[in-house]
Ligand binder design. Structure first.
Ligand code: SF4
Ligand code: SF4
Length: 80
């Protein structure tokens, strides 16, 4: 099976969501699917956790759709 090609990070005017996106660590099984997007806003921190840079994330939702573990979503969802 071939890997998907890297997807350029969309520009802000192409996005549909203004909510910051975060990865809920306890739901992440580290399958690596989101990293295959090659989005510059998703980073593997020391091989221990995946994080999304909310300062550069455009909220395009591509990683949310890819994550079968539903570990990625709007940051506000994770509050409380
Ligand atoms: S796609 Fe989801 S479960 Fe897989 S590594 Fe990324 S955040 Fe974790
Ligand atoms: S929503 Fe996901 S794929 Fe889209 S810019 Fe943010 S981190 Fe990257």
């Amino acid at each position: 099976m071939s890997l998907p090609l890297p997807v350029p990070r969309p520009q802000p005017e192409e996005t549909s969501s203004e909510a910051p996106i975060s990865i809920e660590e306890r739901r992440c099984n580290r399958c690596g699917s989101c990293l295959k997007l090659a989005c510059g806003s998703i980073a593997d921190v020391g091989g221990e956790a995946l994080v999304i840079d909310e300062a550069t994330c455009t909220g395009c939702g591509l990683c949310v759709q890819l994550c079968r573990g539903r570990a990625i979503g709007p940051a506000l969802r994770l509050v409380g």
